[in-house]
Design a binder for this molecule. Structure first.
Ligand code: G3I
Length: 325
C-alpha cells in the first residue's frame, strides 16, 4: 500500500496507542510513527498512581502533561489510564494508616486531583482497572481492604471532578472466563440501577494466536449489549505465549496473528457506531512491547510495526481487509 495511506483513515473511530514519554522524546522514528499512524493516545504508565502521585502531598504531572501536549499538537484523542488499580500504587499508599474515612478521603483526593488536572483534555478515564479475579470474585487489594464499595465510590468521585469525562471499567482476559465477564456485567447493571455513572467498558485485548475466536466474539457481544461505549483498550496479539526460546516468527504464525487482528477489527465494525470509543494498541513497535520486558520474552512480535518502526505484514493485511469494509 501507498505509504501516504494509513489504517487510521479507514476507520470511523480513534485508533490509539499506548506511549512512553521517554521514547517520544528520544526516538525520532517512534515519534513520527505515533504522530502519523494514530489518532488517540494512552499513557502506558505515566498517569498511574505511583508515577503521578509519588508522595502523599505531591503530584507529578510533568510526564503525563508532555503526552497530553503531544496529543493536542497532533489532534489526537487522549484517554486516561488509570485512576484506581492494585498495581503500580505508590509506596506511601501501601503504607497508609487510617480508618475507613481516612482511606476514602485519600482515594477521593487522588482521583479528583488527577481528573481535575486533565479536565477538558482527557476524553475518558479507566476509572477502575482489573478489579476482578478470573473466578469473578473481587480482587483483594488495598482499596477493597479499606473501602467498602470502592468501585462505585471511585466512579462517583471521578464524575464529580469532571462530569463531561466518559468513565470506563477496564479489564483483561474476559474471553474464556465467563465468571469474570459476569462480574463485570453485574457491575454495569448494578450501577445503572443505583444511578452510578459508567459510560464504557474497556476490553484490554491482550490476546494471542491461541485465543479462541468464539470466546472473543462472545465477550464483545456481551459488552456491546450493555449499550455502553466499547474500547479495545490495550490490544496486542502475542505469537509466542509459551515463551519458546528459539521461537521462529514464520509465515504460519504471521498468518495466525493476522487472522486474530482481522477478527477483532471486523467484530469492532459490528459494534453500533455510537458505541465505538476506539481501538488502542499497547505499544508501538515489537521491541517496545511490555510482553518482552514483563515476561522476559525476547522472541515476541505482537504489534503492527517492527523493530525499525516499519509496517509489518499484519499492518498491510489489516489495511486490505478494512479497505473492503
Ligand atoms: O521505571 C522503573 C525503573 O525506575 C526501575 O528501575 C525498574 C525496575 O523494575 O522498573 C521501572 O518500572 C517499570 C515500569 O513498567 C516502567 O517501565 C516496572 O518495573 C514495570 O513493572 C512496569 O510495567 C508496566 C506494567 O503495566 C506494570 O504492571 C508496563 O510497562 C505496562 O505496559 C503495563 O501495562 C498494563 C496496563 O497498565 C494494565 N493492563 C495490563 C498492562 C500490561 O501489563
Amino acid at each position: 500500500i501507498n505509504p501516504t495511506q494509513n489504517l487510521k483513515n479507514l476507520v470511523s473511530y480513534p485508533l490509539g496507542v499506548a506511549v512512553n514519554p521517554r521514547l517520544l522524546h528520544e526516538n525520532e522514528s517512534y515519534r513520527k510513527i505515533v504522530a502519523s499512524e494514530f489518532t488517540g493516545l494512552t499513557a502506558e504508565n505515566h498517569m498511574k498512581m505511583a508515577l503521578i502521585h509519588p508522595e502523599a502531598n505531591r503530584f507529578d504531572f510533568s510526564q503525563a502533561d508532555d503526552i497530553v501536549s503531544f496529543a493536542q499538537a497532533h489532534q489526537q484523542r487522549m484517554h486516561g489510564h488509570t485512576l484506581v488499580w492494585h498495581n503500580q500504587t505508590a509506596t506511601w499508599m501501601k503504607e497508609f494508616q487510617g480508618d475507613q474515612k481516612a482511606w476514602e478521603d485519600m482515594l477521593k483526593n487522588h482521583i479528583q486531583t488527577v481528573v481535575k488536572h486533565f479536565k477538558g483534555k482527557v476524553k475518558g478515564w479507566d476509572v477502575v482497572n482489573e478489579a476482578f479475579l478470573d473466578d469473578g470474585s473481587l480482587r483483594p487489594n488495598i482499596w477493597s481492604d479499606h473501602i467498602p464499595d470502592y468501585l462505585a465510590k471511585s466512579f462517583i468521585w471521578a464524575h464529580e471532578a469532571d462530569p463531561d469525562a466518559l468513565l470506563f471499567y477496564n479489564d483483561y482476559g474476559q474471553d474464556g472466563k465467563p465468571k469474570k465477564m459476569q462480574a463485570i456485567l453485574h457491575v454495569v447493571e448494578d450501577f445503572k440501577r443505583r444511578q452510578i455513572p459508567i459510560h464504557g467498558l474497556g476490553l484490554q485485548m491482550h490476546i494471542s494466536i491461541l485465543s479462541k475466536n468464539e470466546q472473543l466474539k462472545e465477550v464483545i457481544q456481551q459488552a456491546t449489549a450493555t449499550g455502553l461505549q466499547i474500547h479495545f483498550s490495550e490490544l496486542d496479539v502475542a505469537v509466542n505465549p509459551q515463551n519458546i526460546s528459539d521461537y521462529q516468527y514464520d509465515e504460519p504464525s504471521k498468518k495466525e496473528q493476522i487472522q486474530k487482528y482481522e477478527l477483532l477489527f471486523q467484530a469492532f465494525e459490528k459494534v453500533p457506531m455510537a458505541q465505538r470509543y476506539g481501538i488502542t494498541f499497547w505499544n508501538v513497535g515489537d521491541q517496545d512491547s511490555w510482553l518482552r520486558g514483563y515476561f522476559k520474552r525476547p522472541k515476541e512480535y505482537p504489534l503492527l510495526f517492527d523493530e525499525n518502526y516499519l509496517r509489518k505484514p499484519a499492518y498491510q493485511a489489516l489495511f486490505q481487509t478494512l479497505d473492503k469494509v
